[in-house]
Design a protein around this ligand. Sequence first.
Ligand SMILES: [Zn+2]
Length: 422
Amino acid sequence: MKKALLLLVASLIATAATAQLKPRPDAFPPQPESNAAKAVSMATTPAQMAGWDRYPTYSTYVAMMQQWAADFPTLCRLDTIGTSVNGRLILSMELTANPSDTSLPQFFYSSTIHGDEVTGYVLMLRLIDTLLRGYGTNPQYTSLMNTTLICINPLANPDGTYRYGNNSVQYSTRYNANNVDLNRNYPNPFAVAKAALQPENAAMIAYFDRHRFRLSANLHGGSEVLNYPWDSFTSLQRPHPEASWWQAVCQRFMDTLRTVSTTHFTDVNSQGYIAGGDWYVITGGRQDYFNYYYNCLELTMEVSSVKTLSSDQLPTYWNFLQRPLVNYIAEIHSLPGSDTVPDTTLAVRSAAATPVHIYPNPAVSTLHLTPTTAPVTVSDIRGRELLVLPQGTTAIDVSHLPAGLYILRSGDYTAKFLVRRQ
Ligand SMILES: [Zn+2]
């Protein structure tokens, strides 16, 4: 009886809390915004970006990235993550003053996986410019670039942003050129994937394979809130193993932001952050994928209530987000627990699971594993189950598998491994 009463009270509280929440812009069906009446000014040359109150055309964007690489060759290099369905570039600027030091912690910012959520796109461009020009004069930027590899991908979905041509973001769209929502398209750690992995996401996964990012953030728009993992569950169903660390990081971000703005980042709740699933459960998002499979602590930042800001509002958003965005990079030097060493075994974070050690990795013919206490399954990166093996399995014949990345599950434990072909 008492338990039933408590459950009733808990459900009433949960209902009340839910009722106050703004619907997640990522919820289905997502609500498009009409940009027809907005003042969206475009910069057709890098010089026109000087006031940071315009959106770049696609060619201006590429020219800016190339110009920084040319102007600051000792502080950055331009890398190509991949190409979109329509052949546009997915670029990453890699900033550090110590490129030869391969032991540096690696940080990653990425924006605009939803092509119409473009505020973060300009914020990331301005962040690159600010870090490069501040090196040697601003002590914080100098220290960060001496001690960290900072990789910044301003535009993850260029086909969505430039949906109707390279010269305007006015009619940008959420989806890629195949009309797929890229933030529902990542293999789900907790369920079989439904759609074919899109080229933009496959390229991003390969980019993560070439790095060992430990902290990252993915910038969206449509609300103003920090959204920490998991997205696939409520915090009661399955809390993130580092939930208390996430809450402390989000609180520090908001403390810094509040020194400049007391009104922004209040449209979901007053504290400005939330566990993703407590806001709205989604699956197939990038955040859970990289947290789960890559041991990379990725945060979702919803940075503006309006997806496509009038361009004259962009400097206002930079004004209150600049310091929190830079400070978030520095959080890589305060990662939780002792688990600050990059995970070179490709094993993944999995709460309360018995580890299964797998070797060699990459494998060519046989993958060995320590005795398992549950049946073993092997899936490809699209989530298709390829092999089912009994409990106690200690060797798997992988000689017939094509080269690529595979996911091994045994009970609650998940690991990924590579098959290599000469
Ligand atoms: Zn979004």
